[in-house]
Design a protein around this ligand. Structure first.
Ligand SMILES: C[S@@+](CC[C@H](N)C(=O)[O-])C[C@H]1O[C@@H](n2cnc3c(N)ncnc32)[C@H](O)[C@@H]1O
Length: 183
């Protein structure tokens, strides 16, 4: 597979890691593009928990063309995911930043993102994966990206593989993709 964009890397891991019947999490539902991919990946016997702090995002995401009724939408912060999710999950997807077409000031923040990443890693089944798209520059600035990269550098390498994909020769600070695999 050719990784022309960060979303190709996400899609590769979604297809690689997620099986029919799995339970997975979309930690940043937004307009629901990833939610739909996850819903299709887990199929009719699977379950997707979808979190977003904006009602507007949840309502937009509900309008996607779902084949299965396997998504539980939660208008709550992903930092509280441990309060809503029962059992282990095989994948958690974060697409950081702000809602495309929405208010750029309502964005993911370093502190809650790191807290949610910690919770996501605790919920992972062995072999499970957390995929995070990290934006930098523009309206997103560098604070969240720098903080998240510093945090992931410190994750215990004996328990998790932590990979960071960066299009290092591209201009304009393209998003990076972090893949955390539970051993
Ligand atoms: C870049 S968008 C996600 C795009 C989405 N994956 C899609 O396919 O359309 C980021 C989303 O994260 C949401 N968000 C920000 N802080 C959050 C938090 N603490 N918990 C859950 N969602 C949050 C925003 O409201 C926004 O909708």
């Amino acid at each position: 597979m050719i990784f022309n964009n960060p979303s190709d890397i996400c899609e590769f891991y979604i297809n690689e890691v997620i099986k029919q019947g799995d339970t997975v999490v979309d930690a940043t539902v937004g307009n629901g593009n990833d939610t739909l991919k996850l819903s299709n990946a887990v199929g009719e016997n699977g379950l997707v928990y979808g979190f977003d702090i904006q009602e507007q995002a949840i309502e937009a995401a509900k309008k996607q063309n779902y084949k299965y009724s396997n998504v539980i939408f939660l208008n709550h912060s992903h930092a509280d995911m441990d309060k809503y999710i029962i059992g282990e999950v095989s994948a958690v997807i974060f697409n950081l930043g702000y809602l495309p077409g929405g208010d750029h000031n309502i964005s993911t923040k370093y502190e809650t993102t790191v807290s949610a990443l910690e919770k996501a890693m605790k919920l992972l089944a062995p072999g499970g994966t957390v995929i995070t798209v990290i934006y930098r520059g523009g309206d997103s600035g560098f604070e969240e990206c720098d903080g998240v990269v510093e945090y992931i550098r410190g994750i215990d390498y004996k328990r998790f593989n932590v990979l960071l994909f960066d299009y290092i020769s591209r201009p304009k600070n393209p998003p990076m993709v972090c893949v955390i695999q539970k051993k």
